[in-house]
Unconditional design. Structure first.
Length: 207
DNA sequence: TGCCAGGCCCTCTTTAGGGCCTT
């Protein structure tokens, strides 16, 4: 189960929990050997106003949030769902800070690292027009599963992108498998040093 | 109601600046 990860995505009222932004929706998909085998998704009511811009961006309205279960219940269920499995998110620094902030409100702490699909994509696809999730989904031929900026659709498409990147690594470097640890280490490799890194990896670890 | 940040990476770099990406 070395390759099993949970791909997560938050929709929020803004860009930073330090500035008062809260989560409005969260989703997680369990990705096992390239297949989504479990899903979790919920809107959540954190008792905050959703700005008009965010309503238009996400389609998540104040009325939808008012009728959603309390954030503390959603986050507790989310924490049970993901357990200790390693996490993946697109632009992980964003989702990580909201995850940590929302968990702290229910007196829980994250127990695993969050790998970043955007950072890996920047290594693997330096010629993509840009590295937004929507652009990479088109560029890599990932199936569009729903509306962008809704948590479950974005988590599923990020999972599809993660799978495609594993496949491209397998093809390009003739590996038998792509351990999650390798995907994490790719994040810290300079973009122009990927080929050298992979050759070194194969020598140390075998194909 | 309207507006907001921060980590990462690249390069014309490292005594820094600016673009990208997330909502």
């Amino acid at each position: 189960m070395d390759s099993t990860v949970v791909v997560i995505d938050f929709e929020t009222t803004g860009l930073s929990p330090d500035e008062g932004a809260r989560a409005t929706e969260i989703a997680a998909v369990v990705l096992d050997r390239g297949r989504v085998v479990a899903r979790y998704q919920s809107l959540m009511n954190a008792g905050v106003h959703v700005p008009r811009f965010i309503e238009e961006l996400t389609g998540i309205t104040n009325a939808m949030v008012r009728e959603a279960p309390p954030a503390k219940e959603v986050m507790a269920a989310f924490a049970r769902f993901v357990g200790d499995l390693p996490l993946v998110a697109h632009n992980a620094s964003f989702d990580r800070k909201f995850l940590d902030a929302e968990l702290a409100r229910i007196r829980q702490r994250r127990r695993q690292e969050v790998a970043c699909s955007m950072r890996v994509a920047r290594r693997l696809y330096p010629d993509a027009p840009n590295h937004k999730l929507g652009t990479l989904v088109d560029y890599a031929g990932v199936r569009v599963t729903g509306r962008h900026h809704r948590a479950l659709a974005d988590a599923e498409m990020a999972a599809g992108l993660w799978t495609r990147m594993e496949e491209d690594l397998l093809r390009a470097y003739r590996l038998r498998q792509v351990p999650h640890e390798l995907m994490c280490r790719l994040q810290t490799v300079r973009r122009d040093g990927l080929a050298d890194f992979m050759e070194g990896y194969k020598r140390r670890c075998g194909p």
